[in-house]
Design a protein around this ligand. Structure first.
Ligand code: F0G
Length: 463
């Protein structure tokens, strides 16, 4: 046992429940009707019709009594709210960046960052795409280039840092594209689309060295950086005795700024920020935020939301908190692995990802196996999950064809501090039941496709 987790043997939660929210139970017939009305898209279900909601860990956390107390301390002044200064100071302390621009959520920060850094024809290397991040890069005239290691595309590969950058690919890209066409390297912590897989400190350091050599910036997607810090603590030599807070700060120190969705690690229902170390860039961002989000001392958030996020950050870097958070995800993952369910290994930080290609080898990828699996799971038990496969990947804007990602996954995403171990047991029972009748599943046909981020609003029919 390491120094940072001294006295407890189990990942058991370091909190107890004070307020509860009743769940509605539905029948199989209710759920068949609901999913059909929702166009076989779990994003279009009403949350009232959901039993255990594992759609996302975004904005779904339970706040602590201390955060709720902070909500009462909201300073709702239009300008100069004291909660902004508390938030700014907290981000500077724990993430270590110099200048902070608040935004309503992560994509608000991505939008501003893309506008100030990307010009038409630029290439933005990244360790696997994320949906909103890539779209903002494209809308600004850029093209995303995947530089993640090949292990990340193989759901069965047990490599402990599948979020790592392939340094050779990156270096070749820099030579081919020319450094003047690479505005920054977009580095994600615990890579969402790869299955919540971390990047190692050694790899980040190496990316920094390469970036220095070519004078290129690195911008971190810090959305789940604390979960990444936990994996570094567990898996990387030299970090077992360091605190999560220290690891987080070191990780951020190799980058020039970050975009952040506070709705994940930071334990709040809404909020985000853009952080930058370069004053001139910060000036541009601070100017643009007033156009798209709000004044630079609230950026689309209420004072109370900023206070809740400042307090959430302080709670989120506590070693016991993060151990319990990832521990619960691991618990569900191990249960499924033991039952022979095909999942992405190793288990990620925020979710367990079912491998839909292995679940439904008889359903071709353009009949949406992962979308099908998410629907089957909902019909079986009312557990709501999210597709992370061909629907999420969207279309190549040049050819108009679907992207065919090698990973065709369903994400069982665990909200922070919300569900119990028994809920995890029910979820795993339902996944096993759906697996046992996998031969009967039929694919889907897309009957409505929105132009942007189609997975949110697309509609399907059963084949
Ligand atoms: N980056 C990552 C890695 C994310 O997972 C998300 C959101 C964002 C950026 C955008 O942040 O939602 O606050 O605008 N992910 C959610 C999810 C939607 O379910 O994974 P946002």
């Amino acid at each position: 046992m390491s120094k940072s987790f001294p006295s407890r043997r189990s990942w058991a939660e370091p909190w107890k429940v004070k307020v509860v929210e009743p769940l509605k139970m539905t029948t199989h017939t209710d759920r068949e009707r609901a999913i059909s009305e929702a166009g076989f898209n779990t994003f279009l279900l009403r949350s009232e019709d959901v039993y255990i909601d594992l759609l996302t860990d975004s904005g779904t956390s339970a706040m602590s009594d201390w955060q709720w107390a902070g909500m009462m301390m909201g300073d709702e002044a239009y300008a100069g709210s004291k909660n902004f200064y508390h938030l700014e100071e907290t981000i500077q302390k724990y993430y270590g960046y110099k200048y902070i621009v608040p935004t309503h959520q992560g994509r608000g920060a991505e939008h501003i960052l893309s506008k100030i850094l990307i010009k038409s024809g630029d290439i933005i290397p990244g360790n696997m795409y994320f949906t909103t991040t890539r779209l903002h890069q494209e809308l600004a005239g850029g093209t995303f280039a995947d530089i993640i290691i090949p292990e990340a595309h193989d759901p069965n590969n047990e490599y402990p840092f599948k979020g790592n950058v392939n340094l050779e690919t990156l270096e070749k890209l820099i030579h081919k594209a020319g450094k003047e066409h690479i505005p920054y390297i977009s580095l994600a912590a615990t890579v969402n689309m790869a299955g919540g897989q971390p990047i190692s400190m050694a790899n980040i350091r190496a990316v920094r060295e390469l970036a220095n050599k070519h004078d290129i910036k690195i911008i971190l997607d810090a959305t789940r950086a604390i979960e990444n810090a936990y994996f570094i603590h567990e898996r990387e030599d030299g970090y077992h005795d360091k605190s999560i807070a220290d690891i987080l700060k070191e990780l951020c120190s190799y980058t020039d700024g970050c975009t952040m969705s506070g709705k994940k690690d930071a334990l709040v229902n809404i909020g985000g920020w853009l952080a930058l170390n370069d004053f001139n860039l910060y000036e541009e961002a601070r100017n643009l935020v007033v156009v798209y989000e709000g004044l630079h001392t609230y950026g689309g958030m209420a004072g109370r939301d900023m206070e809740a996020m400042a307090r959430g950050i302080i709670e989120s870097v506590q070693d016991d908190h993060i151990r319990a958070r990832v521990g619960q995800v691991e618990y569900l993952g191990q249960k499924l692995i033991t039952s022979g369910i095909p999942v992405v290994c190793p288990i990620g930080g925020h979710a367990v990802y079912l491998n839909a290609k292995a679940f439904y080898p008889h359903i071709p990828q353009d009949e949406f196996p992962a979308q099908t699996l998410a629907c089957e799971l909902y019909m079986d038990s009312g557990v709501r999950a999210m597709e992370r496969g061909i629907v999420s990947a969207g279309r190549d804007k040049k050819t108009g064809k679907h992207y065919y990602p090698s990973l065709e996954l369903v994400r069982l995403t665990i909200p922070r501090r919300v569900y119990t171990q028994a809920h995890m047991d029910v979820t795993s029972e339902s996944v096993i039941a759906v697996y046992n009748k996998r031969d009967k599943a039929r694919g889907l046909k897309m009957v409505y496709e929105p132009k942007y981020l189609r997975f949110f609003q697309a509609r399907f029919k059963q084949l």
